[in-house]
Design a protein. Structure first.
Ligand SMILES: [Zn+2]
Length: 245
């Protein structure tokens, strides 16, 4: 994996864009692992560097994000420099994402769902969507040719919304947990901030319970939820997954 911006040769099948380092580990890390296991090339773009966190420094988080990205099998991971806690949907920010999209040329982009408790999470949905649109416009010139992703899906774990589909992450749940725990400065049991941070054991129980809930909706053990805006298209009714009764 490389976190360098200059290695222009890597292209991705699936790109996950998130506000903060450690977001994708929680919302779609199992899905990235599953895609990598299928032989697809995956990439992660974090929009901030985590300088506003109560624990650890941005440098700690850079190291941890690199380790977590390797555990998730991502071929590329980079962080932009948007302010942690103050991401805005501006033209300048859209352009920063356009430059990444045109280099990585993903077919699928994963964004966070557009309603969330944390304003950074919510704003990345329209910001990322508009960047994907602009990226396809030839009149917007950057150092790489235009590229419009084919598909956008929204990781809806943080939102109280019924997903359009779930991805079976059962074989990857332990590995996803290891990726989250790579953020030692955030999640390892420690005194600093222990009044507002939950214990490591509790994080495991919560994240596994959420994955179990969404897994049940898809008829599997552990799952991750997604929303798509488009209507699904079916070829063969006898091949539809998920049993009705
Ligand atoms: Zn976050």
């Amino acid at each position: 994996m490389s976190s360098s911006a200059s290695d222009g040769n890597f292209t991705a099948d699936v790109l996950a864009i998130a506000a903060h380092r450690d977001d994708v580990e929680q919302t779609c890390g199992g899905t990235l692992l599953r895609m990598a296991a299928r032989g697809l090339r995956t990439a992660i773009l974090d929009l901030t560097r985590g300088e506003a966190g109560s624990r650890g420094t941005a440098e700690d988080r850079a190291r941890e994000a690199d380790a977590a990205g390797q555990i998730l099998g991502a071929g590329w991971r980079q962080a932009l420099d948007m302010p942690d806690g103050g991401i805005e949907n501006t033209y300048a920010n859209r352009l920063k994402i356009v430059r990444v999209l045109r280099h990585l040329r993903p077919r699928v982009v994963i964004l966070p769902y557009w309603e969330a408790r944390h304003p950074d999470h919510a704003i990345v949905a329209p910001l990322g969507y508009e960047a994907c649109f602009l990226s396809g416009l030839a009149k917007i010139e950057t150092d790489a040719p235009p590229h419009r992703p084919f598909k956008i899906v929204y990781a809806s774990l943080y939102a109280d919304v019924r997903p359009s589909f779930v991805v079976d992450i059962t074989p990857f749940i332990e590995q996803r947990h290891s990726a989250l725990m790579a953020y030692r400065s955030q999640y390892a049991n420690q005194a600093a901030g222990s009044a507002i941070f939950v214990a490591e054991e509790e994080i495991r129980e919560r994240t596994f319970a959420e994955a179990r809930h969404y897994g049940l909706l898809g008829g599997v053990t552990y799952g991750e939820p997604f929303v798509q805006k488009e209507v699904g298209l079916v070829d063969d009714l006898t091949m539809l997954p998920v049993q009705s009764l």
